[in-house]
Design a protein. Structure first.
Length: 405
């Protein structure tokens, strides 16, 4: 296991109890401080001897790689999206498509590390609250590890594709009367009573796996640092994880500057973007958040303050997009690049379009959009906002008429 310490992000206290998810002293958020002295003796080429994926970067991970619980996560494509770049009006644009992870979202990166940590601790039951992707991922990795799994879902607020995964992997799926924040509060109570090992992103080991998306982007760009990386923001751990990865690459001397981290939220669920607009370091939770992008329909993001720090510390930005802009960007990404992302993922592309029109993103920038989940996660929305199948008689003439229109 790589040497590390768990610290309180707020007060700096060293955390000894491996089962707590907040600081016992100040109730602050937790983070992992890695000992990277041995990594400083290496280069990116040393890591490339291992196939690309989360575990290529085990030197940056705080768990024992020999005990890993893995379904070959990571190694997702970084598309050079020239058509989108031309439409948006930027020098270069890439899409990092996390929808090609084993369960169809970026959550698998955090779960391979989180469930490996649970295994190290001898946990028998793991659990999470979720708007869908987290539950699907945890259920899969718990099944792989032979652990019991409980997922707490907000009633009626989870896309069918994600619900189907959690059910089929064998998790106990609990439909909670309330929204995501209510479900998380209940899951945390169960964790505090040590009834389960909580693997929401409040767990400090989850973001450690999510760091790997940044390591891969840099790897795939041969360490040519992009000007800006744009992410959807829901519970806000992913943008923080990307920032943490950047600080670690800077610490070991593999990069000498950071891209501007830019967080995009849906208009109806935008506590981080609102705080940024008001130049605040903390946010006010949004009651009853609402957006078509269910994966980021979160009003009280656990890592919201960390996300704001990541944005401010890199000279980045935060903005909102409407549901209409999200759907338009989802269609554009599919129809111009052949990449089918779920609505929350399209928020990053929608944000790039909006910020370019606002003049926040310059024409000479190279940008990376992280698209976090597969479009098949939410098929109902895709069908709803697409043209219906065309009724056609069983004849060549009828087909020719339709194709000529």
């Amino acid at each position: 296991m790589v040497s590390h310490r768990v610290l309180c992000w707020d007060c700096g206290a060293v955390i000894e109890d491996p089962f707590v998810s907040v600081c016992p002293k100040c109730k602050g958020l937790l983070t992992v401080k890695m000992d990277l002295e041995k990594v400083k003796e290496k280069s990116p080429e040393d890591l490339r001897k291992t196939p690309i994926g989360v575990w290529r970067y085990s030197d940056f991970m705080p768990v024992d790689a020999s005990k890993k619980v893995s379904i070959q996560e990571g190694g997702t494509p970084l598309y050079d999206t020239k058509a989108l770049a031309e439409i948006v009006g930027v020098k270069g644009m890439h899409v990092k498509f996390e929808g090609l992870n084993p369960t169809g979202s970026f959550k698998d990166r955090g779960m391979t590390i989180g469930v490996t940590r649970a295994k190290e601790l001898g946990a028998e039951i793991v659990g999470c609250a979720s708007t869908g992707n987290t539950s699907a991922s945890l259920a899969a990795y718990a099944a792989k590890a032979g652990m019991k799994c409980a997922v707490f879902l907000p009633s009626g607020k989870v896309a069918a594709g994600k619900l189907a995964q959690a059910l089929f992997y064998g998790a106990k799926v609990l439909s909670i009367d309330g929204n995501f924040d209510d479900a998380l509060a209940l899951a945390r109570k169960m964790s505090e009573q040590k009834k389960l090992y909580l693997l929401n992103s409040i767990n400090p080991y989850r973001p450690e796996g999510q760091k790997s998306v940044l390591f891969e982007i840099m790897d795939q760009l041969n360490y040519n640092i992009p000007d800006r990386i744009v992410l959807p923001v829901g519970n806000a751990a992913n943008i923080w994880a990307v920032y943490k990865a950047l600080t670690e690459l800077e610490e070991v001397g593999w990069i000498d500057r950071m891209p501007m981290l830019t967080g995009i939220q849906a208009e109806g669920s935008a506590p981080v973007a609102r705080a940024f607009d008001e130049e605040k370091k903390d946010f006010i939770p949004v009651e009853n958040p609402e957006t078509i992008a269910t994966a980021i329909r979160i009003g009280n993001p656990v890592s919201g303050r960390k996300a704001l720090a990541a944005i401010y510390n890199t000279g980045g930005y935060s903005e909102t997009v409407s549901d209409e802009e999200i759907i338009a960007a989802q269609k554009l990404t599919a129809r111009k690049e052949g990449v089918f992302v779920e609505p929350a993922s399209a928020a990053s592309v929608a944000g790039i379009i909006k910020l370019r029109n606002m003049g926040i993103i310059d024409r000479d920038e190279t940008v990376v959009a992280i698209c976090t989940g597969n479009g098949l996660k939410d098929p109902e929305t895709a069908v709803k906002y697409s043209n219906p199948p065309i009724k056609c008689a069983n004849s060549v003439e009828a087909v020719n008429k339709i194709l000529s229109d």
